[in-house]
Every structure is written in structure tokens, then in C-alpha cells.
Design a protein around this ligand. Structure first.
Ligand SMILES: CC(C)(COP(=O)(O)OP(=O)(O)OC[C@H]1O[C@@H](n2cnc3c(N)ncnc32)[C@H](O)[C@@H]1OP(=O)(O)O)[C@@H](O)C(=O)NCCC(=O)NCCS
Length: 217
């Protein structure tokens, strides 16, 4: 199994994940949050949820067996004992804030080496499900007007353009496009999300992308 065919699962982010998330953030955005901001988000912000898409790190999980008498003795002594869980690779992350009656996607990015394999959409789909479970009416976000890849992802999941926040991004004074979903409880929108879920499952079965399976956050 190569890295891109590995199954993807979702789990909540913990403080131990901060360095890797910042690495993906650095590869994805012109500016990054400091470690302290993530710690605060994870430990103190009751209204924030951070989810990760993870996959088995096949390279780290199966190092070549150590050679030599001492290594053989160690293997013999530990035979029958439980094998440590395989290492995992963080493939992407998403941050969600629950507001009064809406939820806000504050961050989403995937490992540049693993893009266009359905990981971004898996994270967005999970955010929509989490928001619905919290009785949010809609999910909103800001996106750079130049970021057509992200806009295409959001449009696929039914987000519509609501307006602009002028000069929202301080690094280059770029405008932000505000995008929002239809009412999450709208049966037509739920039918669209169900169709997208079936398409993700079908593609996973066909193996043309990651073996993405059901979100488990
Ligand atoms: C935006 C981002 C999260 C997408 O992640 P991803 O894992 O590559 O996305 P997916 O493979 O799940 O793509 C899902 C859909 O998004 C759209 N999409 C994603 N990347 C695209 C691209 N480069 N060009 C056009 N459409 C794109 C497509 O509609 C795609 O569906 P399809 O594969 O059926 O065509 C990723 O490009 C990223 O991390 N970018 C940098 C950070 C960023 O811009 N975050 C958003 C901030 S608002």
C-alpha cells in the first residue's frame, strides 16, 4: 500500500499534534498561528473543535528489522507481547467554531503532497455534520478572493457567495469572500450532502482516491 492509497480516518486534534499542524499550516498559508494560540484553542476555547485527517505512516510504521544478536534476543524476549500501534501521518486539519446559531470554519488545510485526493472534502463534510449535530443553522467562512481551489471545494459542498470583507487579509490587503451554506436542516441540502457522501464512498471503493472511510470524530 502506498501513502496515497492508505485509509484516512478523522480524529480530534490534541496538543501533541500542534507541531505537525503548524508544519502543514506553514506550507499552506502566508502566516501561521503561534503554538500558544493552538494551545489556547484546544485547552480553553469551549466553542472550538479541531479535527484531523490521519493515515497510517507506512514508512515509520515498518522500519527494517534491526540486525545483530542483541536485536534478535530482544525480539525473542518480547515475542507474544503487544505490538505498538503503527505511527500515523497527519494529512490535514480543520478548525470549527460554534457561534450562537451558526458555525464558522476558521481553518482548513491538507498536506500539499496529498492534495486532490478527497481529504479536504472529508474534513469539510465532517465539519458540516458536527455543525448540524450542534443545531447550527448554517456554516460560514472567509476565503481569499484569489483562492479558487478552496472556493471550488466549498462550492462543491453547497456554500454560496454572500459578500466581501474588504482588505481582510493583513499580509497583502486581499479581500475575503464570505461563503455560507444553505440552512443545514433544508432537506434539499441534506439530500445533496448525502449524494456527496455516497460519491466519496464509491470513489473510495473504486480505489481511485484514498480509502476514505466513515468519519469517527
Ligand atoms: C483547499 C484545500 C484544503 C483542498 O484540499 P484537498 O484535499 O486538495 O481537496 P479535495 O481533494 O478534497 O478536493 C475536493 C474538491 O475541491 C475542489 N478542489 C480542490 N482543489 C482544487 C484545485 N486545485 N483546483 C480546482 N478545484 C479544486 C474540487 O471541486 C474537488 O473535487 P473533485 O476532486 O471532485 O474535483 C487544499 O488545497 C489546501 O490545503 N490549500 C491551502 C490552504 C487553503 O487554501 N485552505 C483554505 C483556506 S479558506
Amino acid at each position: 500500500m502506498n501513502a496515497t492509497a492508505a485509509p484516512i480516518t478523522l480524529r480530534p486534534m490534541t496538543t501533541a499534534d500542534i507541531p505537525r499542524v503548524i508544519e502543514i499550516e506553514r506550507q499552506s498559508f502566508p502566516t501561521t498561528w503561534p503554538v500558544t494560540a493552538y494551545k489556547q484553542e484546544l485547552e480553553q476555547n469551549q466553542l472550538a473543535r479541531y479535527i484531523l485527517a490521519v493515515m497510517p505512516d507506512t514508512a515509520a510504521a515498518s522500519p527494517p528489522p534491526a540486525r545483530g544478536l542483541r536485536a534478535r534476543l530482544r525480539r525473542l524476549l518480547h515475542r507474544g507481547q503487544s505490538v505498538p500501534a503503527p505511527a500515523e501521518r497527519i494529512a490535514g486539519y480543520l478548525g470549527l467554531w460554534y457561534m450562537i446559531d451558526e458555525a464558522h470554519i476558521v481553518a482548513v488545510a491538507t498536506d500539499p503532497a496529498l492534495r486532490r485526493r478527497g481529504i479536504g472534502e472529508l474534513l469539510v463534510a465532517e465539519a458540516l455534520e458536527l455543525a448540524r449535530a450542534r443545531d447550527a443553522q448554517t456554516v460560514t467562512l472567509e476565503v481569499r478572493v484569489s483562492n479558487t481551489a478552496a472556493q471550488a471545494l466549498y462550492e462543491k459542498y453547497g456554500f454560496r457567495r454572500l459578500g466581501l470583507r474588504k482588505r481582510y487579509y493583513t499580509d497583502n490587503n486581499e479581500d475575503a469572500l464570505i461563503m455560507t451554506t444553505p440552512e443545514l436542516s433544508d432537506p434539499a441540502y441534506q439530500a445533496r450532502l448525502a449524494g456527496l457522501r455516497r460519491a466519496r464512498e464509491r470513489r473510495a471503493q473504486e480505489g481511485d482516491r484514498n480509502g476514505v472511510h466513515v468519519p469517527a470524530c
